[in-house]
Write a protein of this length. Structure first.
Length: 317
């Protein structure tokens, strides 16, 4: 178990991504994945109010609804659910009234009394940051949110949020959710991790497996013939440099009897301030690799090897 920043939340060191629920995993498949994750020791689920509004016929909130129905059906003990605000078609942006309305809608869909971890999903340049911070603070003081977090914020804006929080006497964020993995390192390591270390924030990275590239399934930049809707995003990393990373992951994983995906997640967990990488599973068969990635401990030499071979950032990222 690992603690999320300075909060009182301790979680399994891998977060199950809910972005696929209501998209590539229907209700029954989502229930089966959630069951397998919890049965295997997992207790941390990540979603957003906008998941999965991009799917034809969906309107947003499908993932939260499925998770809420699963919570009501299974009544699991100790499961931590994180969700986000700013991208739902009906609740765009981070104006104060919108944050409140979106949180209330998420509470209803999830069927819970309070949100364990509530993220500002994307920075909103059209709303004064102080207004957003105040809105999140009121949600905490009113008991609707237990812990505040930010996603996709720059280091400068995270500092501004904390300064406003301190000035107004509002709870600081406890977590940051950045795009971070072995093929997308530089910005997070240069700018976000130093802020997280300074203020005791926990990192909960998304795209931990680079849209599936870091599972080793994509060895060509040609995504043709791949059934996954994310294949194009993964295939773009299959350059000579990207495949060197896959080869190193495979060699290190073989030494532990672990998959490429599990080894990649283990590297990410070993980075400073990282609490729990987020990874999704469309099927029950994909869950064991994620659980293994939360338990695999790499040696210092293995981490150094992966650090060395991944010292690059794709131009397309």
């Amino acid at each position: 178990m690992t603690r999320i920043g300075n909060s009182d939340l301790t979680v399994f060191p891998l977060s199950l991504g809910g972005n696929v629920f209501g998209w590539t995993a229907d209700r029954d498949a989502s229930f089966a994945v959630l069951d397998a994750f919890v049965d295997g020791g997992g207790d941390f689920v990540d979603t957003a109010d906008s998941y999965s509004a991009w799917v034809p016929g969906n309107s947003g909130g499908e993932s939260e609804t499925i998770i809420g129905e699963w919570l009501a059906s299974r009544k699991p003990e100790g499961v931590v659910v994180a969700t986000k605000v700013s991208q739902h078609p009906d609740f765009r942006g981070l104006a104060g009234a919108n944050v409140r309305a979106a949180a209330e809608a998420s509470l209803q869909r999830l069927g819970v009394d309070a949100l364990d971890l509530y993220y500002a999903h994307f920075d909103d340049a059209d709303t004064p940051l102080e207004e957003t911070v105040e809105a999140f603070g009121r949600l905490v003081s009113d008991g609707l949110v237990r812990n505040i977090a930010v996603s996709n914020y720059s280091a400068e804006r995270i500092r501004e949020w904390i300064d406003i929080s301190d000035r107004l006497g509002i709870s600081r964020p406890v977590a940051v959710q950045p795009h971070y993995n072995l093929v997308h390192r530089n910005d997070v390591e240069e700018h976000i991790i130093p802020v997280a270390e300074e203020f005791g924030l926990g990192l909960v990275p998304y795209y931990s497996l680079a849209s599936g590239f870091l599972t080793g399934k994509y060895r060509s930049t040609d995504a043709a013939g791949q059934s996954s809707p994310r294949a194009g995003g993964a295939a773009k990393y299959a350059s000579e440099a990207g495949l060197r990373i896959i080869d190193a992951l495979e060699e290190i994983g073989d030494a532990h009897g672990a998959s490429i995906a599990a080894t990649s997640l283990a590297w990410l967990r070993a980075q400073p301030t990282v609490v729990a990488p987020i990874a999704s599973a469309r099927t029950v068969e994909q869950v064991p690799d994620l659980l293994a990635g939360a338990r695999l401990e790499l040696t210092d030499d293995e981490i150094a090897t992966l650090n060395r071979v991944s010292e690059w950032t794709p131009s397309a990222s």
